[in-house]
Write a protein that binds this ligand. Structure first.
Ligand code: SDX
Length: 439
């Protein structure tokens, strides 16, 4: 399908300044899906006013063709394909190709893409020494930030952002090496030797092999776990202009190299309000400990004086079920069944917590539903992945979304450095008083 850019419609939005009585006609741009946008690029020049939207609740930062979300209807499309269909029928490598190139690959394209990614999974051998600089008990997200940023010190042959070949190689290197770095962060934390990636293994399978294999014996990856992980990677791959993707775009808008930009995205994802929520959900469910304690936590989540929030609940865009949460809930039950885990108290608590919250007026009125982070941690735990690695896995999955959005930004002919303005409420100009005169 030929991509259509934003249609410069003839419709306009009239803005009237009641201080001067002057009116301004602002163009309305229409996309292929979603709300129209008011083009305010000339607003300051014409009105000498800025808009004000901390948190960007009503602000479009860019034009994109990659991912579409309808928060009211709980719809998520990657390049037009519904997330539940991709989760069911596709695999992560195919979704990576789709997000990067905009179309599903042919069998030949997919085979070549998988091979190209596979042959970038190894790290420069000298990067191993970076891990030794960390404490063993370092949070693995600190390792991900540090080592990913350090990649720019090793891969100078793919940092020229004006060269499409450099951009493609850097994108492939980032997608390919993230699982290797993640598994090495885990091995380092438990004092086990690093495992080199195996070229005969698939992407998710290779990650589990590097995580749980050891040099002393053969390690066979459980296909149930590999399939579940592959599906989880698909669900986390991209999500339009979320905080970490916006961080990558803003960092990239200055011309910074892709490794540094993705390291910035990892840093942003780490926060508990964003990708760090999956780890926070497990901690919350463990703290709840028993279904009988749920009402007390619901009460705390509703108490404005209590900073506690129901982790894994709520979303800036989804005011309906997060479609990823639905797939993850289903996957959670499947994985536990297939792994023969009959009794998972945390899942029982999660299901009961969701039931109670969704019947509670507070959550209903504020349209707070489970989001992508609510069930993922329970699946990771069933697969033997430590809680501290949950957000790392989110970063592994989201790397393809970050690089796809970064490429789209670099290739956008209208792209310029991101430089927001502000509403200044600080001190007006005043006279400096020499130190000896101050009391
Ligand atoms: C991700 O942007 C993305 O797309 C992100 C993501 C992706 O794929 O990239 O989807 C991944 O980050 C998912 C979200 C993971 N975070 C959590 O689960 C943390 C818990 N959720 C909240 O912190 C919150 O819901 C946010 C951060 C997710 C969204 O916050 P918003 O959009 O700024 O909403 P808000 O804080 O203005 O909340 C609106 C109201 C507030 O009450 P009022 O001030 O209007 O009275 O709802 C309340 C909030 O207090 N509220 C909650 C709540 N989330 C919102 N109250 C209790 N528990 C919660 N979880």
């Amino acid at each position: 399908m030929k991509d259509k850019s934003a249609n410069p419609s003839t419709d306009t939005f009239t803005l009237t300044d009641n201080r001067s009585g002057k009116s301004y006609e602002l163009p309305i741009l229409k996309g292929t899906l979603g709300p129209d946008v008011i083009d305010i690029r000339k607003l300051y020049a014409e009105t000498k006013c800025f808009t004000y939207d901390p948190g960007f609740t009503s602000t479009g930062s860019c034009e994109s063709k990659i991912t579409f979300i309808d928060g009211e209807k709980g719809i998520l499309l990657y390049r037009g394909y519904p997330i539940d269909v991709l989760a069911e029928q596709s695999d992560f490598m195919e979704v990576c190709y789709l997000l990067l190139y905009g179309e599903l690959p042919t069998p030949g394209q997919k085979k070549k893409f998988e091979k190209d990614i596979t042959y970038h999974t190894m790290l420069h051998e000298q990067l191993i020494y970076f891990f030794r600089g960390f404490r063993r008990d370092t949070h693995p997200m600190a390792v991900m930030c540090g080592v990913t940023g350090a990649l720019s010190a090793f891969y100078h042959d793919s940092t020229d952002i004006t060269d499409p070949h450099h951009r493609m190689v850097a994108s492939y290197r980032l997608i390919a090496k993230m699982p290797t770095i993640a598994a090495m962060a885990y091995k380092f934390s438990i004092g086990q030797p690093f495992m080199y990636p195996r070229n005969e293994l698939g992407y998710a399978e290779n990650f589990l092999y590097m995580m749980f294999g050891n040099p002393c014996e053969e390690y066979k990856v459980n296909p149930v776990q590999a399939k579940a992980l592959d599906r989880i990677l698909i669900l986390h791959a991209d999500h339009e202009q979320n905080a970490s993707t916006s961080t990558v775009r803003l960092a990239g808008s200055s011309g910074a190299n892709p490794f540094a930009c993705i390291a910035a995205g990892i840093a942003s994802l780490w926060g508990p309000a964003h990708g760090g929520a999956n780890e926070a959900v497990l901690k919350m469910l463990t703290e709840i400990g028993d279904k009988k304690n749920i009402p007390e936590f619901i009460k705390r989540a509703k108490d404005k004086k209590d900073p506690f929030r129901l982790m894994g609940f709520g979303h800036r865009v989804y005011k309906n079920f997060d479609p990823r949460a639905r797939v993850l809930e289903k996957t959670c039950h499947e994985v536990l069944d297939e792994l023969g885990i009959e009794d998972e108290p945390l899942l029982d608590i999660a299901v009961e917590l969701e039931r109670i919250a969704l019947e509670d007026e507070y959550f209903i009125s504020k349209k707070l539903y489970p989001n992508v982070d609510f069930y993922s941690g329970i699946i990771f735990k069933a697969m033997g992945i430590p809680t501290s690695l949950f957000t790392v896995l989110f970063a592994v999955a989201r790397t393809v979304g970050w690089v796809a959005q970064w490429n789209e930004m670099i290739e956008d002919p209208t792209q310029k450095i991101g430089r927001p303005r502000q509403l200044f409420t600080g001190a007006v100009e005043r006279k400096y008083t020499p130190l000896h005169t101050r009391k």
